[in-house]
Design a protein around this ligand. Sequence first.
Ligand SMILES: [Zn+2]
Length: 196
Amino acid sequence: MSKAILLSGGLDSIALAYWKKPDIAFTINYGQKPALAEIKASAAVCTSLRIEHNVITVDCSALGSGDLVGENAISLAPASEWWPYRNQLLVTLACMRGVGLGVTELMVGTVKTDAFHADGTEGFYERMNQLVSYQEGGVRISSPGICYSTTELIQMSQVPASILLWGHSCHTSNIPCGNCRGCHKYLYVKQQLGYD
Ligand SMILES: [Zn+2]
């Protein structure tokens, strides 16, 4: 019986990890360009919060799209970083590892502003929870931050800047490019929180 989190090393999942203090965190290298930086950020967060860190590597880059694989997104993408069925993939991979480790709940760091793509909505996570918990192991999928913005989630979690700023948000590279939607979000949130 343990609680797990899908930890990408971005601001949302770091704040959620600090708020909920799960037993185990899964970071997935699915072939995205910034994978190594995401793993490094997640490892630092897990060390400081004493969360067991479990890295899963499955190269799906041949099936990716957009900024995260260094290509133009396919035509129906709602944003440049959109990758088809990405959250479905990540939840599935984490549960594939987690169910054998006794994980009974997997939390995901989705926030309100992710709802511009279908796999960032409450409806999506309700359906994922139904589908995954129906199967052997009965793992529940939850998204405790989904009614908050990133800034609200960070403030509510009270995560200190020393941990939050480990976060890596760039979609295109292991070194922040300063130019992608992930980098823009990072800078915007930092500004909203009054960090410099
Ligand atoms: Zn970037």
